[in-house]
Design a protein around this ligand. Sequence first.
Ligand code: S3P
Length: 179
Amino acid sequence: MAKKVKKDNVMLIGFMGSGKTSIGIKLSYKLQTAVEDTDKIIEDREKMPITEIFEKMGEGYFRNLETKLLTEIYNSDSKRIYSLGGGTPVQLQNQALICKCGTVIYLKASPETIYDRLKNDKTRPLLMCEDPLGRIKGLIEYRSPIYERCADFTVCVDGKDQNEVLEEILNYLGANNNK
Ligand code: S3P
């Protein structure tokens, strides 16, 4: 692959429920760097929760907002941690943008871990179906190679608590002061 010129952000990617938001917050404390959640930015701008955006405007509309936001991040001089929506890396143009925006960390989780974490969740429109585990398996099978391709570093979250995951990321970033 050609040498990439990366910006200074940390981009957290991974499936819904893999822990991007909470790990992003912990990382923010450790690195003393602001954290932003792209879903939250979109919700604030649209003044609607994601479920309502999907319902009223459709998934395509939401996906365009994700691309627009990534483009803004790329064009800004931000040095932040961004927790991205689980589907953001799926679109080809987003993959290039994510990679250029900063160091990409992939929080990898098995379908069973995700199902266990999200089985009572009502905020993920894509999982509002009769067979959420089947849906999770299908989506993860499709998306895993995409996540892997974008990632500079992959951390498996199965069976680990958040501090363990955080340690691995900090070690990778060379920012662990606990040693
Ligand atoms: C989605 C993941 C969600 C949110 C939307 C679609 C996806 O974000 O962007 O519901 O396609 O996987 P989280 O990964 O933060 O749950």
